[in-house]
Design a protein around this ligand. Structure first.
Ligand code: DQA
Length: 143
């Protein structure tokens, strides 16, 4: 069974409540239930933290054994050299995900420290961005 981990970074624990015009009104937990139901062949685990070092600890813990990691690092995407160094060190492929289309938003969101070391980037499709990332990881694993 494929082992995939979804990691959400800062403020993404507020999905469904936070700026619903941008991020939607569904909680991540309810979305995750649907995703698990749709992909029974995947062992899908989930982790969220608002703390940069805790995200790095989790990536290091799982990134040597997971078949793939789906990472929405939130605002750390645009600031974190430490997360870039961490992802660069891991054998597991990491897909960078954003719910919103960051390129239609403020200029400071247009740069990602993570994209150059990720297997790919998906953004702008709402919560469906996570499913698309999962599809990409599964396709990559079976090719
Ligand atoms: C986000 C986009 C980031 O710019 C922002 O800081 C977030 C969420 C997204 O999913 O669209 O926290 O990663």
């Amino acid at each position: 069974m494929a082992k995939v981990l979804i990691i959400n970074g800062p403020n993404l624990n507020l999905l469904g409540v936070r700026e619903p015009g941008i991020y939607g009104s569904a909680s991540f937990e309810s979305y995750l239930d649907n995703l698990r139901e749709a992909y029974p062949q995947v062992e899908l685990s989930y982790f969220q933290s608002n703390v940069e070092g805790v995200l790095i600890d989790k990536l290091q813990e799982e990134g040597f054994s997971a078949d793939g990691i789906i990472l929405n690092a939130g605002a750390y995407t645009h600031t974190s050299v430490a997360l870039q160094d961490c992802i660069r060190s891991l054998p597991s492929p990491v897909v960078e995900v954003h719910i919103s289309n960051v390129f239609r938003r403020e200029e400071f969101r247009h740069h990602s420290y993570l994209s150059p070391v990720c297997a790919g980037v998906i953004c702008g499709f709402g919560l469906d961005s996570y499913r698309l990332a999962l599809e990409a990881l599964l396709a990559r694993a079976s090719s």
